[in-house]
Design a protein around this ligand. Structure first.
Ligand SMILES: CC(C)(COP(=O)(O)OP(=O)(O)OC[C@H]1O[C@@H](n2cnc3c(N)ncnc32)[C@H](O)[C@@H]1OP(=O)(O)O)[C@@H](O)C(=O)NCCC(=O)NCCS
Length: 185
């Protein structure tokens, strides 16, 4: 339960606040090299205690309007699949989407399903005008998620993020509320 992070549902998923009890699974899933390779800001290696600290900060970040972070959980068996977040801007009605999924759950449409629901929430319930997301140009899985939820490619920010020893480009995608078909329910 969280006062500031609502639980959302889709056909196959529960999108709920993280609990400290998820920490071991977060460390295992987010700690995988394949996940770290394309995330924009996950620590690697993912050390003991990092998941607990990360989860413990979610409520305050939500309360302060900085952003919301959810666990993506499969409805059938309550297995934690990954995480999704919606960053909020202090002055402008603009959100930033981010996500990662455990490797064994990739390519089954789960992130697209979760992202669509979170974007719907952002437009319908948080009054956002624009929701954006960025990924490394080599991350075709992530750019496909963005395209599938109706985001449009807007351009590439060159040398935008440090990843290890390398400065990497970030491809930007976004969708405006007026372009997004919000479905009831
Ligand atoms: C990116 C990520 C979240 C995608 O999650 P997912 O649940 O597998 O995504 P979905 O199944 O909803 O959609 C993936 C789409 O990408 C496609 N795809 C995956 N890898 C691809 C590749 N190498 N080339 C082209 N398309 C690819 C899939 O075929 C699918 O598209 P389709 O439905 O048109 O076939 C997941 O791979 C991940 O966690 N990666 C590591 C962390 C990360 O990169 N996070 C995002 C940072 S911006």
């Amino acid at each position: 339960m969280s006062a500031h992070i609502p639980t959302l549902h889709t056909a196959r998923l529960t999108i709920r606040p993280f609990a400290l009890a998820d920490a071991t699974n977060v460390q295992r899933l987010a700690g995988a090299a394949e996940v770290a390779a394309t995330t924009l800001n996950l620590p690697h290696p993912y050390l003991d205690g990092m998941a607990e600290t990360w989860i413990a900060g979610h409520e305050e970040r939500a309360e302060q309007g900085i952003g919301l972070t959810w666990a993506i959980v499969r409805r059938d068996d309550a297995v934690l699949l990954g995480a999704i977040s919606l960053g909020l801007h202090a002055r402008h009605p603009r959100g930033g989407l981010g996500y990662w999924l455990g490797v064994t759950y990739w390519n089954q449409g789960y992130t697209t399903e979760a992202a669509y629901r979170v974007v719907t929430y952002g437009f319908a319930e948080r009054g956002l005008y624009r929701i954006e997301a960025g990924c490394f140009p080599r991350n075709r899985g992530s750019s496909r998620v963005m395209e599938k939820i109706g985001m449009r490619y807007e351009g590439t920010l060159r040398g935008y993020l440090r990843k290890g020893e390398t400065m990497e480009d970030v491809a930007m995608y976004a969708v405006l509320r007026s372009e997004f078909p919000i479905q009831a329910g």
